[in-house]
Design a protein. Structure first.
Length: 136
């Protein structure tokens, strides 16, 4: 769990950069709204990871990769359920509820990639350190 907490600021930065550039595309004014979206998306991703870690620890599984994979699956299932629940157009007929779910899911991709790359780099560093200690 510590590995994910350490990677969360990196995931936020990696998510915030494209959000700032994509904000005008989805008709958001200013960088404040884009940073708020990046913060929300990163918080939801971290919450999914923490739930996944908790569920896997109940089964005595301590793999960070398994936790990340389960978190992505949980996130996708929740997004699909919310999308189905709000797929009916709002009274104005705009359908903004479904659009917000889709934008949030797309905006979360950099956060998931940041967690995956961070875990990969950590694993490679750990293997390299283990290889050096075995050589000594």
């Amino acid at each position: 769990m510590r590995r994910f907490l350490v990677l969360t600021p990196v995931a936020f930065i990696v998510t915030a950069v494209p959000s700032v550039y994509l904000a005008p595309v989805i008709w958001l004014e200013g960088t404040g709204a884009a940073l708020l979206i990046a913060l929300a998306v990163t918080a939801v991703a971290l919450a999914a990871v923490l739930v996944a870690v908790w569920l896997l620890r109940l089964r005595d599984v301590h793999s960070a990769w398994a936790a990340l994979g389960l978190a992505v699956v949980l996130f996708a299932v929740v997004c699909a359920l919310v999308y189905v629940a709000v797929a009916q157009p709002w009274p104005s007929g705009a359908g903004w509820g479904a659009a917000l779910v889709v934008v949030g899911a797309i905006a979360s991709i950099p956060a998931w990639l940041a967690y995956a790359v961070g875990l990969l780099v950590g694993d490679l560093r750990h293997r390299a350190a283990r290889g050096q200690s075995a050589a000594v």
